[in-house]
Design a protein around this ligand. Structure first.
Ligand code: MTE
Ligand code: MO
Length: 443
């Protein structure tokens, strides 16, 4: 072997030795924060347990509110099967119900992001640990963790993209978020059953505030059996109190720049992060949010002019066609109702007036017990052109084919010549630029 060759080999092995000394993320040495430990993880875990439980309940309610099992019109999720076991007729009382449940779902989802990130950070050494499985039980645990972490990231990502960017997925948001939710719920329940007793024990033993009062020098939690506490910690750069302050402050900030889109009032002007936040639209009958403009969905002025007719179909073939003047000559009723979108934003109650849906049903012989209704818009392209309403929604005296809002004719962007309003129903069922309503048994 030549001198040169020997030197190269020597350098190579030195490099190899140095590489061997760099700890890998799969080993505990790699993770150096002195703040990690069972107490921190338990505290964040308990906050997430409460928050995510509310997200799951309000999310499942939102799906039910969408009338997904009326004639596969609103939602075409194939083979919901057992996953739809809990679906029920979404009520029409109180009229602000969906505004509350969906405002909570979206606002809470945004506000929990810093807590979720902190929780994942607190357990990150466990996520990288190798070997992947030491036993069958351990393998099951690791797979459930994969579904848990993958599920939570998927649900937050699809949810946040939907509220921010208006449906950017291949296919529909609903099946993705719905199936994703059930995968996550399964893993979440398993995780809570396995870990909740442990978390409670840690919090009881050490107290809710105990570790926060300890001086910065002794920040580290005692060595633990789970491998969360760093065996060779770096000196602290942030106190545990500082970390929790950062997380809580982040959540508070997100609340302030989001919540106004559903709470309204002075907070609306602060909702900078919300696509439908920002200052209240100019005063006047039209002074409330518009999601999609007539121009944006290709509604032409000629479609909504004097030639416009509403076509109403009855259950046994009876059909009537009504001009806007015909409709205005029918008994007019008022209802103060909000628009509350699945994306979390909502308007305060607006004063709608027009013809009751049940009166329209009576015109085509669907009288005494109005059945379900299929509403079609003039709109030729894009989503939300058809919507199915349940019998309880058609029957409610506040459910209107609205012709006017806040004392003036609807503006084109708010759905002129006529739009649907239904108490407590998601905004997506409030079809604008209505062309026809078909009453009958849809499902
Ligand atoms: N024809 C038609 N109606 C529609 C929609 C639409 O895209 N097309 N969007 C729906 C959705 S998702 C919501 S939240 C409300 C929004 O009402 P706004 O645009 O008046 O704010 O209208 C609903 N009605
Ligand atoms: Mo919506």
């Amino acid at each position: 072997m030549g001198v040169k060759q020997r030197a190269t080999t020597g350098r190579k092995s030195a490099v190899r030795q140095r590489v061997a000394r760099i700890p890998s993320p799969a080993g505990p040495e790699f993770w150096r924060s002195p703040l990690r430990g069972p107490w921190l993880t338990a505290l964040l875990g308990v906050v997430l347990l409460a928050g995510i439980t509310v997200l799951i309940v309000t999310g499942l309610l939102s799906y039910a509110a969408y009338n997904p099992n009326v004639a596969a019109v609103n939602d075409k999720t194939p083979d919901k099967g057992l996953l739809g076991f809990y679906l029920f007729s979404w009520p029409t009382h109180p009229h602000w119900l969906y505004r509350l449940t969906q405002g909570t779902h979206v606002t809470l989802g945004v506000v929990l992001v810093p807590v979720l990130l902190a929780k994942l950070w607190s357990v990150v050494p466990k996520l990288f640990a190798l070997p992947p499985a030491r036993s069958v039980a351990h393998a099951i645990e690791r797979i459930s963790l994969l579904l848990l972490v993958g599920g939570v990231l998927f649900e937050f990502a699809t949810g946040l993209l939907n509220v921010q960017l208006d449906y950017v997925f291949p296919g529909s948001f609903y099946p993705l978020h719905f199936y994703g939710a059930w995968v996550f719920i399964g893993a979440f329940v398993a995780h809570v059953v396995l870990r909740f007793p442990l978390a409670m024990r840690v919090l009881r033993e050490r107290g809710l505030r105990g570790p926060l009062r300890e001086p910065a020098a002794s920040q580290q939690e005692p060595p633990d059996a789970f491998g969360l506490v760093a065996p060779r910690p770096d000196p602290p750069t942030l106190s545990r109190r500082g970390l929790l302050g950062l997380v809580g402050g982040g959540s508070l900030l997100l609340f302030v720049v989001t919540a106004g889109q559903s709470i309204g009032g002075p907070l609306r002007g602060l909702a900078l992060l919300a696509p439908h936040g920002g200052p209240e639209p100019a005063a006047g009958p039209d002074g409330f949010q518009i999601n999609k403009t007539a121009h944006g969905v290709g509604i032409r002025a000629t479609d909504t002019g004097d030639d416009w007719r509403l076509t109403v179909h009855g259950p046994d073939g009876r059909t009537v066609r009504l001009s806007r003047d015909d409709l205005l000559r029918l008994p007019q009723h008022g209802a103060r109702l909000p628009i509350a979108c699945v994306e979390g934003w909502s308007t305060p109650d607006q004063g709608w007036s027009g013809v009751r849906l049940r009166d329209l049903a009576a015109l085509v012989g669907a009288g005494d017990r109005p059945p379900e209704a299929l509403v079609r818009s003039l709109q030729l392209h894009g989503s939300f052109r058809v919507a199915a309403l349940r019998a309880n929604q058609v029957r409610d005296p506040r459910s209107l084919l609205a012709l006017r809002v806040n004392g003036a004719a609807l503006s084109l962007d708010h759905g002129y010549p006529a739009r649907i309003t239904v108490p407590a129903a998601p905004g997506v069922l409030h079809t604008k630029w209505v062309a026809s309503v078909t009453f009958g048994e849809l499902s």
